[in-house]
Design a protein around this ligand. Sequence first.
Ligand code: AMP
Ligand code: MG
Length: 484
Amino acid sequence: MSKNNEFGWNFDNSYASLPGVFYSRTNPAPVRSPKLVLINDSLASSLGLHAEALQGEEGAGVLAGNIIPEGAEPLAQAYAGHQFGHFTMLGDGRAVLLGEQVSPQGDRVDIQLKGAGRTPFSRGGDGRAALGPMLREYIISEAMHALGIPTTRSLAVVMTGERVYRETGLPGAVLTRVAASHLRVGTFQYAAHWGTEEDLRALADYTLKRHYPEAEKNENRYLSLLREVIKRQAELVAKWQLVGFVHGVMNTDNMTISGETIDYGPCAFMDRYDPKTVFSSIDIQGRYAYGNQPGIAGWNLARFAETLLPLLHEEQEKAIELAQAEISAFQDLYQAHWLSGMRAKLGISNEEREDQALIQDLLHMMEKHRADYTNTFRALTFHRLEGSSLFESEEFVQWRERWQARQERSKPSSRELMKNSNPAVIPRNQRVEEALEAAVERGDYCVMERLLRVLSDPYAHTAEQEKYADVPDPTIPYVTYCGT
Ligand code: AMP
Ligand code: MG
């Protein structure tokens, strides 16, 4: 235990006040020789943490799990989940929650060490993580945050000085993940399946207090909880679609109750616009393809609603009726967010009925001409409409006239709106790989630092970002693997 609080820790452990079925007290397993390789200065300071101190030897020890900071009460959380449609018991098998950091502004966030060793939920796993996937999570989660998409954050990556064995031996690492909380749809599924009704109620009350204090006051607070989670997820998934983010493993344990994106295993950004885009090696059926994400989110939320039934109404039939009414609102909520985001991407600031058709027609053309999703919107933003089969096609010329006429009916129609809605850069797969290779193979973090810098302000449209807009060779398929 570190007595010294030069790091700025201000821990509280409210999750541990839940019934014992929800966690198992577990310390991180110490590692041989911690070495800090990445630290997020701005995130650290917003949490009241001192990045400089964390960079010292003791700081690396804390971030590796070798030293437990004062006030932390480490535990592994219990949860279940539907993985590719199959329900199973899961839990933190390679992550340990140190506790909740309460920032100087009074915000409460989970501080979790991912890759911190075996826990009672590890099953056959080693509880460890490899450096490459932890750096990948750092890059993509921070890019998502900069894009304005709710997400867990990454505070630091520490090498362990130990090897982890997958198909081959790899350098081990621990990522410090920061989240509004790690409450998942799967946490509720766990409570509904293995807990008592009291356990479920305690979890729902805890969640309301932590994330939805306004809803707590409503007459049917549990129905309000369901409604609010549906709203946040509808907005979140719309934001994913608008930037071409493919999560890749939307199992119910990877869907948060807070509305943050979580679990950056096999995710990647789409290059060419194609609703069937899948990157994950294990997603053979394309269950989690880009175009399926809104539908899957709705499916996951229906699983969430099921867990709440005993709390919604004492008569089951009535409870089902109430839940169904909320669930059926999801697609419309999603569609409204998506449509308003798409209007902004096209520089349209008012609403007309034909907007949906205008947008769909563009997307169909993009699909047909295999156009790059991000760069097409950039080209539209800066009126650089040449040099591709899409822009030179007759159908596009006609569409463009419709679009321009539509923009004229939108006051103000603005380049600014488009610049702020169409990123100059996304974490392109080949750029992420290049940064990971330099870091993992050669210990060179310069490539990654540069990439993190251009991704940190994606709507700036600087000259440096221009270089990061190149698209990968479409003949080389990109495949991602679960970050285990
Ligand atoms: P994920 O693919 O990260 O969503 O993890 C799914 C489940 O597998 C969770 O319960 C994880 O804790 C568990 N898990 C993943 N990797 C490991 C590992 N190396 N050791 C133990 N459990 C793991
Ligand atoms: Mg997960």
